[in-house]
Design a binder for this molecule. Structure first.
Ligand code: SF4
Length: 236
């Protein structure tokens, strides 16, 4: 199906995203995972659909991730919810005053963000957390539409990992009409790109277990990124 995203509001966009079946491999994977389940979640009904953004409609800070986790967002229906990467991310947002609580386990856990919206570059859980370039490009219009809807307030984008960093440039071009610098700025933790007329871009290592369990990404490093994001957004 074509999904030239044109929703007039975030709630309409969220509903449209949840009905997307554009990528055959990802549709099969998200549904297989939802059917087979992980033993610990055997009794739960998995969401098994694309995941909309989460957070404030008038956010100053955007957090751009890669894609939902198979047994996290793909299970609970909300990004970074119900897995260890979310435990780390929402704890950091809570310390930064950008979330009302650190707990993030299900849609009805009471979690609410402040000044912040989280969205993924790809909306369906991919095998091995690796979408193909074609899947990335097929899903991009959803991200671009979401970006255009929060553009009036958005001041800073935190890209979690190199994939999100790479997804930013075509989004910036599509939504803000600003071409990426050549050569493109390299991703790194703490990297910052300031271009006129577009939100500040901050690089942050992804909150994956691979990074947080090994100490490559520590709570202090996350705190420093969100402190900087708040200052750049005029919130601190
Ligand atoms: S990854 Fe994006 S474009 Fe592909 S099926 Fe999921 S929501 Fe649709």
């Amino acid at each position: 199906m074509s999904h030239a995203a044109s929703a007039a509001s975030l709630s309409v966009l969220d509903a449209e995203i949840a009905e997307c079946f554009a990528c055959p491999r990802l549709v099969e994977w998200r549904e297989d995972v939802a059917r087979v389940k992980r033993a610990a979640f055997r009794d739960q009904v998995y969401w098994g659909r694309p995941i909309p953004g989460f957070g404030n409609e008038d956010a100053e800070i955007g957090i751009l991730g890669l894609a939902p986790a198979a047994h996290g967002g793909n299970r609970t229906g909300r990004l970074f919810t119900g897995d260890r990467s979310g435990d780390v991310l929402f704890a950091a947002l809570h310390r930064a005053g950008l979330a009302n609580q650190a707990l993030s386990v299900s849609l009805d856990d009471g979690l609410a963000l402040r000044n912040t919206r989280i969205f993924p570059a790809v909306r369906c859980a991919p095998p091995d957390n690796k979408p193909t370039p074609e899947e990335r490009d097929t899903c991009a219009p959803w991200f671009h539409r979401e970006l255009s809807l929060i553009r009036p307030t958005l001041k800073v984008v935190v890209a979690l990992g190199a994939f999100a960093w790479g997804a930013w440039w075509p989004a910036m071009s599509a939504v803000y009409g600003v071409k990426a610098p050549v050569p493109r700025p390299k991703f790194g933790h703490g990297a910052q790109v300031s271009l006129p007329g577009v939100p500040e871009l901050l690089g942050c290592f992804h909150v994956s277990q691979q990074n947080t369990f090994t100490g490559r990404l520590t709570p202090d490093m996350l705190d420093a990124v969100f402190d900087r994001a708040k200052r750049l957004a005029g919130l601190a």
